[in-house]
Ligand binder design. Structure first.
Ligand SMILES: Nc1ncnc2c1ncn2[C@@H]1O[C@H](COP(=O)(O)OP(=O)(O)O)[C@@H](O)[C@H]1O
Ligand SMILES: [Mg+2]
Length: 303
């Protein structure tokens, strides 16, 4: 089936808001729905790389591609899960800010590097995990993307943070990336009973309307444990609250960002007695008492 490749940058200048966790689990949940995904880890801390169980390796990142010494195809790494590929990060990427800062093509360097992959049509989604700063790498990532997904916590001053990143998007639109769009805002690490949370969510929804995803990701200990095992929580413990939320979020994301004639009306019903869809790793515990998880017809045949 013909598909278009969509590039999505997951960005917020603030650290610790759930960017990497969202990248890893959105990508994993999309891949379990047979969407082909390439994650590009642009943070020198390489947490997304480690979150997929990959190791940091010298020379395996976007850095040598930006430096013009490697082809992009040489740095794309498969993961142990089908449809899920990663361009890892390494510490060299930290030097890119300074090293490439004087290049005339510095703002389009990531776009140019990704072009052959995008044009190949090999992937439904290219997901960029941005570093927590408004530096050159993040700006160049925003110049390369079709849209920007902003994870945020529902806390005091959330609107200020959102205003800063959305104004960066506006600047990019007025300059190097005229077609950039705000993909949406997703609330992470939500404590839904807190009064402050409810107030912040209401305020952000009032301001950003349907750009705010319906699905909110709860704070859940399994989500924070998964990175140390190198397995996305949607595979590690697919029935945990965090995994359920990321799977629902991925479904909403697919409906809003179709790459091949996705039909939202085929969305699964919460009550439908269907089988688990997500790929489950060997480590996944069996939780008989939990309710069955919603699924769709496109369960990968390899599962
Ligand atoms: N829904 C969640 N529940 C519990 N812990 C979370 C959740 N989302 C993220 N975390 C934890 O919060 C920390 C910061 O998340 P991370 O995704 O690395 O943020 P960022 O990439 O924005 O810096 C990590 O330790 C992560 O495991
Ligand atoms: Mg991160």
């Amino acid at each position: 089936m013909a598909k278009t490749t969509k590039t999505i940058a997951i960005a917020n200048q603030k650290g610790g808001v759930g960017k990497t966790t969202t990248v890893v689990n959105l990508a994993a949940a999309l891949s379990a729905r047979r969407r082909t995904v390439l994650v590009v880890d642009l943070d020198p801390q390489a947490h997304a790389t480690l979150g997929f169980g990959l190791e940091k390796q010298d020379g395996i990142s976007l850095y040598p591609v930006l430096a013009g010494v490697k082809e992009i195809a040489d740095v794309i790494q498969p993961t142990k899960w089908p449809n899920l590929n990663v361009i890892p990060s390494e510490v060299d990427l930290a030097g890119a800010e300074i090293e490439f800062g004087a290049r005339p093509d510095r703002l389009t360097m990531i776009k140019d590097a990704l072009k052959p992959v995008k044009e190949s049509g090999a992937f439904d989604y290219i997901i960029l995990d941005c570093p927590p700063s408004l530096g050159l790498v993040m700006t160049s990532a925003l110049a390369a993307t079709d849209s920007v997904l902003i994870p945020t916590q529902a806390e005091y001053l959330a609107m200020d943070g959102l205003a800063l990143i959305t104004s960066s998007i506006e600047k990019l639109r007025a300059g190097v990336n005229p077609s950039i769009e705000l993909n949406g805002i997703v609330f992470t690490m939500v404590n839904s009973v807190a009064r402050l949370t409810q107030d912040v969510v209401a305020e952000v929804r009032e301001h950003f309307g349907d750009k705010v995803y319906e699905t909110m990701i709860p704070r859940n200990v399994r989500v924070s444990e998964a990175p140390s095992m190198g397995v996305p929580v949607v595979f590690l413990d697919s029935r945990s609250k965090g995994a359920e939320a990321y799977k629902a979020f991925a479904w909403e994301f697919m409906a809003k960002n179709p790459t091949r004639g996705f039909m939202p009306e085929s969305a699964p019903q919460e009550s439908a007695p269907q089988e688990e869809v997500a790929a489950v790793s060997e480590e996944a515990p069996v939780q008989e008492s939990e309710p069955a998880v919603v699924a769709e017809a496109e369960t990968p045949s390899s599962l």
